[in-house]
Ligand binder design. Structure first.
Ligand code: VGL
Ligand code: ZN
Length: 201
């Protein structure tokens, strides 16, 4: 059993990121059993849930003439446009039915219509906090293990932000799967290493 200072963060294990979903990540559902098993080792388990209002500004459908996977400039920087996904309260936004969801905290993100939020810590302006940092610090948690979807987006951004905030961060790459659009997977792995994130298989 991991000590009380260690937490597991399970990122966006939702139907829309699994095969059959709106933004399916190849093999996204293959990692459910392994993640459930890992949860048993941790005294603190946090799950994140991508949770967009309909018409969210990260959806290609909100930008006339744009196609999914296209990159546009938003006031806070470049933004990949996605198919409509993880709309609040829909089956696509629900957790994969095989996932254990009896964790300590479920943090929802991406609910602001004007800004996307890949990271569990900050929205994509890299400034607006989600509150997760305070939750972890007030509970004395210093060390984080992250798994889930997608390795090159929400896991990556969460891991890099956590490392920048001074947490000791490990990402289990075999309990994560990537989208890999425009070289994003290699860039994410390099970026996480550069930020001091430990990658383990
Ligand atoms: C994610 C793209 C859009 C993720 C969320 O969970 O990695 N990716 N929204
Ligand atoms: Zn999203």
């Amino acid at each position: 059993m991991q000590p009380l200072t260690h937490a597991l963060i399970v990122i966006d294990m939702q139907n829309d990121f699994c095969p059959g979903g709106a933004l399916a990540v190849t093999g996204g559902d293959d990692i459910v059993d392994g993640i459930n098993a890992l949860m048993a080792d941790f005294q603190t388990v946090i799950l994140t849930q991508d949770w967009h209002p309909a018409g969210h500004s990260s959806f290609a459908s909100s930008h006339p003439g744009a196609a999914p996977m296209q990159v546009v400039d938003m006031p806070y920087g470049p933004q990949v446009l996605w198919p409509d996904h993880c709309i609040q309260g829909t089956p696509g936004a629900a957790f994969h039915q095989g996932l254990r969801t009896d964790g300590d905290l479920i943090i929802r993100k991406g609910y602001n219509p004007a800004i996307d939020s890949y990271s569990a810590f900050f929205e994509n302006d890299h400034t607006t906090p989600t509150g997760l940092e305070g939750y972890l610090r007030t509970r004395g948690i210093t060390t984080l293990t992250m798994v889930g979807l997608a390795l090159d987006f929400c896991v990556n951004y969460s891991a890099v932000d956590a490392a920048k905030l001074g947490f000791d961060v490990t990402v289990h790459t075999l309990l994560s799967r990537g989208i890999d659009v425009g070289g994003s997977l290699d860039a994410a792995l390099d970026g996480m290493k550069a930020a001091g994130v430990t990658l383990t298989a």
